[in-house]
Design a protein around this ligand. Sequence first.
Ligand SMILES: *Cc1c(COP(=O)(O)O)cnc(C)c1O
Length: 411
Amino acid sequence: MNSTAPKHANPTTFNAVNNQLLIGDTPLTQLALRVGQTPFYAYDRQALTQRVHRLRQAMPADLKIHYAMKANPMPAVVQHMATLVDGFDLASAGEMKVALDTPMPVENISFAGPGKRPQELSQAIAAGVTLNIESAHELESIAKQCEYIGLNAKVAVRINPAFELKASGMKMGGGAKQFGIDEEQVPAVLQRIKALGLLFQGFHIYSGSQNLKAESIIEAQQKSLQLAACLSEHSPSPIRKLNIGGGFGIPYFPGDLPLAIDQVGEALASAMALTRQSLPEAEIIIELGRYLVGEAGIYVTRVIDKKVSRGQTFLISDGGLHHHLAASGNFGQVIRKNYPIAIGNKMGCEDLEIVNIVGPLCTPLDILADKMTLPKAEVGDFVVIYQSGAYGYTASPSKFLSQPDALEVLV
Ligand SMILES: *Cc1c(COP(=O)(O)O)cnc(C)c1O
């Protein structure tokens, strides 16, 4: 193997003792006994806490940090996050139910996403959740629901900016998009909000996801703050909430480096100081999903078969793409790359071999590792996939091939 080939960044979240990966302080084999089955997802409470604390150190003190629940909506995780972050951003009535079960004040919960149904709108209005408006039609639907149920709605305008978040894994702003209202159309929408007498809160600008380049994030944040200041001239009332999105990425693949958050925080502090001059009442918010929870979770499967086919070794595990679509390379990746993986009961073992790890599904897409060098594993050993705290279980087609469900635990 070429020693200069890019490697996976060392996962720093989990330690190992006596060849066992530790989750919290529990050795993996013991945790698996506690859970009672494989496959399962395990999320580390302490790691979530440390992550948010570290982020706060890097960010301006007056910046609000929201958790975007779609990254990991497990109720126990969301309950824990409620003690750490300043608010929640959600994208369905299902997520809203989980959020409202936590102690998070409803003033700090917002609901974004295209295609909100009338029922979802009235639920959010009744709850007092801020609705981020995604189209002119949605605004009219909100007004109609307010009339039916006799309550007023808190609304913010989600802006589809003219700029894009550069070097982003998934672009969600700029150009023609189903998300938000094109910035050119925002003045007219603001006028309509005023005419309808809705409770205007501010703006939401979300340009993309999974970005590891500090310069791109800094640029998008500066442009978002400028755009908000500019459009605020048309606002029916002072901007109270200004959500400038997130997009902070985590390293998944060989060669990926962690995002330089201190650099982002420093630049944001100066940009926010400028914005304060024109928007003194605005609470400035970033919303993060993956960055807060992604590295705090692992997916654990067990080897159920081992075979050699024409010179290549295959480990066949009881988990696969039906629980973890992203690790199989089928969740938005253009070229399949391996997630970081370990044999969780053979940590540090030096008897290595090159293996393919596949799941039990009858499709060639069900790959977890393609020719990875790992400690030699046998039937019964644990395959651990790191960086699995976000877009794992709920972002996977768990019904495919009628396999048993995975469990999720917070440790
Ligand atoms: C998906 C999404 C997020 C979270 O994205 P991450 O990459 O997980 O941080 C935040 N805001 C909105 C509007 C989203 O759609």
